[in-house]
Design a protein around this ligand. Structure first.
Ligand SMILES: Nc1nc2c(ncn2[C@@H]2O[C@H](COP(=O)(O)OP(=O)(O)OP(=O)(O)O)[C@@H](O)[C@H]2O)c(=O)[nH]1
Length: 432
């Protein structure tokens, strides 16, 4: 059933913190502008009627005689280099100066900025926080999350959390404590995906950030355009997070066809089944490292997008084959959902690493193995021997929490393996 709140009224404030959060944010807004037919300065690019005015992520305002749309976003960093990149980018006129903050000394300045944004909203749903789990801004991000939870206790916070070479265990702990839904993006896994699927020998942050933006564009597609599943921020929590502590969602995006395969006259049109096959038969489809062919799962949403998707193609055979590899815990009520959004797909024009296809599938899955892996990565970096007593107490708390969470995931995983009598030594195989 379609969401009852009109698309135009669902406001979500994006907070882009630290270099990773800002650079990824800049890519996301560029893609959103392309998708909503907006020019680099936020004006409607061509005079054509739009089915859905870009209001849910953009704020409408009048400049001269033509309407302009401004991203509902704030950018925060300790230094100005990433912010300067946005301010000198092609899309610099999309924003105003009041959207940028170059100090993280105190949260009060940014909280004031947030209040000013939120007070004009009609149906404010919550926050999308883009950040990294490491770096100078990570303790500021923890503070910010804590403040958002106390001041906006009824609103949802969903995060796009970059896992780079290191993880700060305390910031991971605070992230899991205060955010409602966490979508981790692991740089190492996305590098493999770039190398193995897109023929990029030495991927850079730019390649990674564009892929994350494409994934996020699919995740938010039904919020921005009329869609049937995940059209509302609350739905992420109600359908994908069966237990409040188990809030990490792995993301997948397909098809990933190198840009060099593009045809100049048309888009590539794989069948729905061919597009989805790598999800269950091949590695390097996920934005987090995958270690097992079987995916022990608490909940999955398959988000199909594109103009040429025939519902019956998303049918019995595909679902049956997927369910051989995606195994569910008997105790979770949410399970498996599919939705089609008929909004066309977009790429970053000539600078895209990915060829244009007429359809895409993005998967959000609450999986035990990947969440356990992230707990372990953070636990490995728990340094309990800091001198500062307050810091030490928090690290010990973080350590205990992450250890408990890892054990909970392990227990669910063991139950699924036993209930389904799975042979975990099986390698990836294509099923006919
Ligand atoms: N995907 C991605 N990761 C990034 C990017 N920039 C930095 N990172 C990763 O993010 C982590 C550091 O976080 P940043 O967001 O740079 O942190 P910061 O608070 O701005 O502070 P610095 O420590 O000064 O960089 C490192 O693990 C990097 O690998 C980026 O543009 N894209």
């Amino acid at each position: 059933m379609a969401c009852e709140i009109p698309n135009a009224l669902r406001e979500i404030l994006h907070l882009h913190v630290g270099s990773a959060g800002i650079e990824i944010g800049n890519q996301c807004w560029e893609l959103y502008c392309l998708e909503h037919n907006l020019d680099v300065d936020g004006r409607i690019a061509a005079e054509q009627s739009q089915d859905v005015p870009p209001k849910c992520f953009f704020l409408e305002w009048n400049a001269d005689t033509r309407k302009k749309y401004r991203p509902q976003a704030l950018f925060v960093d300790v230094d100005s280099s990433a912010i300067d990149n946005v301010k000198t980018s092609k899309y610099r006129n999309l924003y105003t100066d009041s959207q940028f903050f170059t100090s993280t000394d105190s949260c009060s300045l940014i909280l004031d900025g947030i209040r000013k944004q939120v007070e004009v909203y009609d149906n404010f749903q919550g926050f999308a926080l883009f950040h990294s789990t490491y770096g100078t801004c990570s303790s500021f991000t923890s503070q910010l999350l804590k403040n958002l939870t106390s001041e906006y206790s009824k609103k949802i916070t969903i995060t796009n959390s970059v896992f780079g070479s290191s993880v700060n265990a305390s910031s991971m702990y605070n992230l899991l404590k205060y955010a409602h839904v966490v979508i981790p993006m692991e740089n190492k896994a996305i590098y493999s995906l770039c190398k193995q699927r897109l023929d990029i020998d030495t991927p850079t942050y730019s390649n990674v950030n564009k892929l994350i933006a494409m994934c996020w564009s699919n995740i938010t597609c039904s919020m921005r355009f009329d869609g049937y599943i995940l059209a509302d921020l609350n739905e992420f929590q109600t359908t994908l997070v069966p237990y409040p502590a188990m809030k990490m969602l792995s993301s997948y995006l397909l098809p990933l066809i190198p840009f060099s395969f593009s045809t100049h006259t048309n888009f590539i049109s794989p069948s729905v089944y061919d597009m989805c096959t790598p999800l269950f038969s091949q590695p390097n489809t996920c934005f987090i490292h995958q270690f097992t062919p079987y995916k022990m799962t608490l909940a999955v949403n398959l988000l199909f997008r594109g103009e040429n998707i025939v519902p019956k193609e998303v049918g019995q055979k595909l679902i049956m084959d997927m369910k051989k590899w995606w195994r569910f815990s008997d105790g979770t009520p949410t399970g498996f959902r599919c939705g089609i959004n008929y909004q066309r797909t977009y790429i970053f024009g000539d600078k895209s690493d990915v060829a244009l296809t007429d359809k895409q599938v993005c998967v959000l899955a609450n999986q035990t193995a990947t969440s356990k892996h992230l707990c372990e990565t953070s636990l490995n970096q728990c340094d309990k021997f800091t001198k500062d007593e307050e810091e030490q107490t928090e690290v010990i708390e973080a350590h205990d929490y992450l250890q408990g969470l890892r054990a909970d995931y392990q227990q669910i995983e063991t139950e699924i393996i036993q209930d389904h009598e799975l042979d975990m030594t099986t390698s990836f195989v294509s099923e006919n």
